[in-house]
Design a protein around this ligand. Structure first.
Ligand SMILES: O=C(O)CCC(=O)C(=O)O
Ligand SMILES: [Fe+2]
Length: 145
């Protein structure tokens, strides 16, 4: 599916986990291609797959999205407000797949003692430099090379 969307030789841009603890401050609204400056809205450069490791809903940190916001030359007036967004909800095992122009943010988690865990595999087109250098070698004794 990623090859169909991004073409041959796509790259893993980053591979992360995001745990939203209770009482968190919602993340700033962003697109996942915000690193491309000046912003280009006519095409998407990346695709994110977010795996839910628990049942996720609007109360416990469900990612906030603006459906349709991947289209058009648009940006939020206040990137610190999630007003008007919707929470993505789903059972553990859900894969939320979205392209990199969509405006979104981690949602507020208000469920006491619950940690909302997701794993994000973010792919970008072959000609975009990766956020993480997967060729960088670590061992116990040496610094990153
Ligand atoms: O934690 C989330 O729900 C969203 C994370 C996110 O947008 C990101 O890491 O770029
Ligand atoms: Fe994001």
């Amino acid at each position: 599916m990623i090859r169909d969307l991004l073409g041959d030789n796509f790259l893993v841009h980053s591979y992360t986990a995001n745990i939203a603890r209770d009482g968190n401050v919602p993340m700033m609204l962003h697109t996942d291609q915000v690193g491309i400056q000046p912003p280009i809205r006519s095409m998407f450069y990346g695709v994110n797959i977010m795996w839910f490791l628990a049942d996720i809903n609007a109360d416990n940190g469900g990612t906030r999205v603006y459906p349709g916001s991947h289209m058009g030359n648009i940006a939020p007036e206040d990137p610190f407000s999630i007003e008007g967004s919707v929470a993505v909800e789903g059972p553990a095992g859900t894969a939320l797949i979205f392209e990199s122009r969509l405006w979104h943010a981690t949602g507020p988690n208000r469920v006491k003692d619950f940690e909302r865990p997701v794993v994000l595999m973010f792919f970008m087109r072959s000609f975009i430099r990766q956020q993480e250098n997967h060729f960088c070698r670590f061992d116990q004794k040496s610094k990153p090379t």
